[in-house]
Design a protein around this ligand. Structure first.
Ligand SMILES: *[C@@H]1O[C@H](CO)[C@@H](O)[C@H](O)[C@H]1NC(C)=O
Ligand SMILES: *[C@@H]1O[C@H](CO)[C@@H](O)[C@H](O)[C@H]1NC(C)=O
Ligand SMILES: *[C@@H]1O[C@H](CO)[C@@H](O)[C@H](O)[C@H]1NC(C)=O
Ligand SMILES: *[C@@H]1O[C@H](CO)[C@@H](O)[C@H](O)[C@H]1NC(C)=O
Ligand SMILES: *[C@@H]1O[C@H](CO)[C@@H](O)[C@H](O)[C@H]1NC(C)=O
Ligand SMILES: *[C@@H]1O[C@H](CO)[C@@H](O)[C@H](O)[C@H]1NC(C)=O
Ligand SMILES: *[C@@H]1O[C@H](CO)[C@@H](O)[C@H](O)[C@H]1NC(C)=O
Ligand SMILES: *[C@@H]1O[C@H](CO)[C@@H](O)[C@H](O)[C@H]1NC(C)=O
Ligand SMILES: *[C@@H]1O[C@H](CO)[C@@H](O)[C@H](O)[C@H]1NC(C)=O
Ligand SMILES: *[C@@H]1O[C@H](CO)[C@@H](O)[C@H](O)[C@H]1NC(C)=O
Ligand SMILES: *[C@@H]1O[C@H](CO)[C@@H](O)[C@H](O)[C@H]1NC(C)=O
Ligand SMILES: *[C@@H]1O[C@H](CO)[C@@H](O)[C@H](O)[C@H]1NC(C)=O
Length: 650
């Protein structure tokens, strides 16, 4: 800790100052300034009781109080002094320290006041994480934020010589200097209403002033410069280039009588990066598929790439997610606040936060399925209601490796929500994490009675066909010199890959509710009973029964072994078939159907982001990175036969 050398005169001044401060302390401890703590509210509301003004000044007095008087200079560690000494700060104003959030209840109609002191503003910044590239710190003030020493070398903070020339230089450099200050607020709790048509409670408002004659910015202040920032979805942020003390008011607008309860909020100031954040760029979370009570979602590509040894366990999942039923309005008004989502969201995928049912409902992990096999985070969300629409929120706990006070960005991040819905019929079930068909992750025809072994049943089925194909391929000149190869452009590996992609899509149908009326769907297995035992109305049933492609599944063993009942199939994409024909030796006699037959055997991809046909790694609304799969070749007139003698009819 740095202590400036004091001249005898300065020492005497400092001594009397300490006495004054002690008097002030006694005064404050007697009068016990009032604070706006609302005792009411849910028991689980967590409150940091901020230091009272009194104890704050006291600490400083006992600490480095002597530092003042040296031409207004203060070294690090002389925080909180100015206010006490000059007596400028009004009572009921609490100090916010860098990256140290405070949480309080507030009653509608009240205003609470905070101050970011000059010493906090000019205090040292949080050390930068050791990994490079992730976080980039601002340099708007001309300092190298990584290195406080450089700040010292600038000559005005740790300057040891007090001769006039040096002093003047320091002042000149100071004037016009600003530092970026981020003030952020998250609403954690808001009043609720017992009637469904009363709308939403009003949002909290953040008032910011930098004027010493407006130390309590708020609603009733007139003719004084202040900034008002209403929270949006429970999140408010104000960034300013501050020069000194910054005053903050948090105002809870009074709500109509239909609302009851209080607000609770978390507020933080940071000179590093916003402590809380909301990011409205999107989408960043994508639905892979849903069934009647679960959904599989993936994040966008992670910034980390796959480790050299391909071990996914080495990547720590950076994101968390929340989901909430769209019919339940509890989340509205808090949806951009990490603190609010944590409190209210029906489904919360958090790590290391107990084992509530909301947390247990989500399985998180890393997957490389889909687009170019980049690592992504995957969320398997269970415990959903059927035929319901949900909001899905991608979020980050703190900076992803650490959270809460003392961490830059420790208050969490929230991204713009996405929508997803669950299915209604109950005979489609999500499978993922298959061993052979590793790119398969979607809902497949199922029957609740035999759902547990579903993934391995489909996987084993596909693998058995593949083995037959493998034997056939071995008859072909694959591993010979290039002149003897069947194609210069394609190898047996290409053929194996194309065959596997095609085979998995064809033998593992993508399932949709029978009740869905989307034009690209094909009805299957219509003669069978629904899982509740009912049959289709006789009229419809008779009509459909005569068409073989409606009467059974593409892979008949699904009907005979699983008994899923009538369902709709999302057809495999036709480009999977074209790629197969292109990649494999002609002698294997693969061909794709054309004309009328192709309408009920293959589908066509859509640019809209909808999944109109089934392809490996599909997810809804992904940015259209069209696959490299060949479109060059059109359909032939042949019908696709599997060499192994097994005829999967189209
Ligand atoms: C998160 O914060 C902790 C503590 O400040 C730090 O050690 C860690 O490197 C940070 N992580 C990231 C990803 O920035
Ligand atoms: C809602 O709460 C208010 C205040 O407690 C009460 O007067 C009113 O009857 C309640 N309305 C309903 C529909 O319960
Ligand atoms: C603003 O002024 C009105 C009337 O003077 C008073 O009732 C109200 O409590 C004040 N509000 C705040 C936030 O100070
Ligand atoms: C802060 O100052 C920098 C550089 O002078 C400027 O680019 C930036 O827009 C300012 N920010 C705010 C919030 O005023
Ligand atoms: C704030 O602190 C800095 C550095 O300690 C100092 O140069 C500046 O004069 C102070 N500003 C005010 C308004 O006190
Ligand atoms: C918002 O998120 C996107 C994608 O995740 C990222 O590229 C962007 O930098 C973020 N914006 C802010 C302001 O953090
Ligand atoms: C992931 O990366 C791949 C390849 O770089 C790109 O085509 C794709 O659009 C990315 N996906 C998302 C969701 O950003
Ligand atoms: C959800 O709300 C929609 C329209 O607001 C309504 O049609 C639907 O029945 C509701 N669903 C449930 C499960 O309450
Ligand atoms: C988690 O669940 C286990 C058993 O179900 C229980 O023993 C344990 O106390 C729980 N932990 C927390 C933090 O709730
Ligand atoms: C499911 O529906 C019930 C009854 O409508 C509702 O209470 C519950 O919150 C819903 N759960 C989810 C996760 O949507
Ligand atoms: C995926 O399967 C492997 C074994 O095949 C298993 O160890 C792992 O836990 C599974 N992952 C998930 C998320 O189910
Ligand atoms: C061709 O050779 C490679 C490596 O030598 C081997 O992995 C592959 O199985 C062979 N392919 C066939 C069809 O025999």
């Amino acid at each position: 800790m740095y202590f400036p050398k004091l001249s005898p005169l300065q020492s005497r001044f400092a001594g009397s100052l300490v006495a004054t401060l002690l008097l002030l302390l006694i005064y404050l401890s007697i009068t016990n300034p009032q604070f706006a703590y609302a005792a009411a509210g849910p028991e689980d509301v967590y409150q940091h009781r901020p230091d009272t003004l009194g104890s704050h000044v006291g600490e400083d007095v006992i600490g480095e109080g002597v530092g003042v008087g040296v031409g207004g200079r203060r070294g690090p560690g002389f925080e909180g002094l100015e206010r006490g000494i000059i007596g400028r700060a009004e009572s009921g104003v609490n100090a916010l320290k860098n990256n140290a959030p405070e949480q309080l209840n507030i009653t509608p109609g009240d205003t609470q006041y905070w101050i970011v002191e000059n010493s906090t503003l000019w205090g040292s910044r949080a050390p930068q994480p050791s990994q490079t590239g992730r976080r980039h710190r601002r340099r708007d003030d001309g300092f190298d934020p990584q290195d406080t020493l450089q700040e010292d070398e600038d000559g005005w903070e740790l300057d040891e010589s007090f001769d006039g020339v040096e002093d003047l230089r320091a002042r000149q450099v100071d004037s016009g200097r600003t530092r970026t200050l981020y003030i952020t607020l998250n609403t954690c709790i808001q009043p609720s209403s017992n009637s469904s048509n009363s709308g939403l409670p009003p949002q909290l408002q953040l008032y910011v002033s930098t004027l010493s004659d407006n130390q309590k910015p708020g609603l009733n202040v007139t003719n004084k410069n202040q900034k008002v920032v209403p929270a949006d979805g429970g999140f408010a942020k104000w960034t300013l280039n501050a020069t000194g003390d910054t005053y903050i008011g948090v105002f809870a607008p009074p709500s109509t009588s239909s609302f009851q309860g209080i607000y609770n909020y978390e507020i933080a100031a940071s000179i590093d990066e916003p402590y809380h954040s909301y990011n409205d760029t999107g989408p960043n979370l994508f639905l892979v598929d849903s069934d009647s009570n679960s959904a599989l979602l993936i994040s966008s590509n992670l910034s980390q790439s796959l480790p050299d040894d391909g071990d996914l366990a080495k990547i720590k999942p950076p994101f968390v997610m929340f989901a909430h039923n769209q019919n339940d309005s509890m989340i509205q008004g808090l949806q951009n606040s990490y603190c609010g989502l944590k409190k209210y969201a029906q489904i919360a995928a958090l790590r290391g936060e107990g084992n509530s049912s909301a947390t247990n409902a989500v399985t998180m992990g890393i997957t490389t399925r889909g687009q170019k096999n980049e690592p992504k985070e995957q969320f398997y969300v269970t415990g959903l209601n059927r035929s319901s629409s949900y909001f899905g929120y991608l979020a980050m706990m703190g900076n992803s490796t650490a959270a809460d006070g003392g961490v830059v960005g420790g208050g969490g991040r929230v991204w713009k929500p996405m929508n997803f819905s669950t299915k209604s019929d109950g005979n489609c079930q999500i499978i993922y994490n298959l061993t052979f068909c590793d790119e398969v992750a979607y809902a497949v025809p199922s029957n609740p009675q035999n759902s547990s072994e579903l993934a391995s049943w489909y996987d084993t089925n596909a693998l058995s066909y593949y083995q037959n194909f493998s034997y056939s391929l071995q008859q072909v000149a694959c591993n010979t010199t290039s002149s003897a190869q069947y194609s210069l452009a394609r190898t047996c590996q290409d053929c194996e890959k194309a065959y596997k992609e095609w085979l998995c899509s064809v033998t593992i149908p993508r399932c949709e509710d029978y009740s869905s009326t989307k034009s690209f769907l094909v009805k299957r297995n219509v003669a069978d009973q629904f899982i509740n035992g009912s049959l289709l109305p006789d009229n419809d049933r008779q009509k459909l029964l005569n068409l073989m492609y409606h009467n059974s599944s593409r892979n008949p063993s699904i009907d005979t072994e699983l008994h899923p009942g009538p369902y709709n199939e999302v057809l495999p994409c036709e480009d999977l078939c074209f790629a197969l024909v292109q990649s494999c030796p002609a002698v294997l006699q693969f061909g794709c159907p054309s004309g009328i037959g192709s309408n009920w055997s293959y589908g066509v991809r859509s640019e809209s982001g909808d999944i109109t046909c089934n392809y490996p790694g599909a997810a809804f609304q992904l940015p259209t990175g069209r696959t490299s799969a060949g479109n060059a070749m059109g359909p032939t007139n042949a019908i696709l036969f599997i060499v192994a003698g097994l005829w999967l009819w189209l």
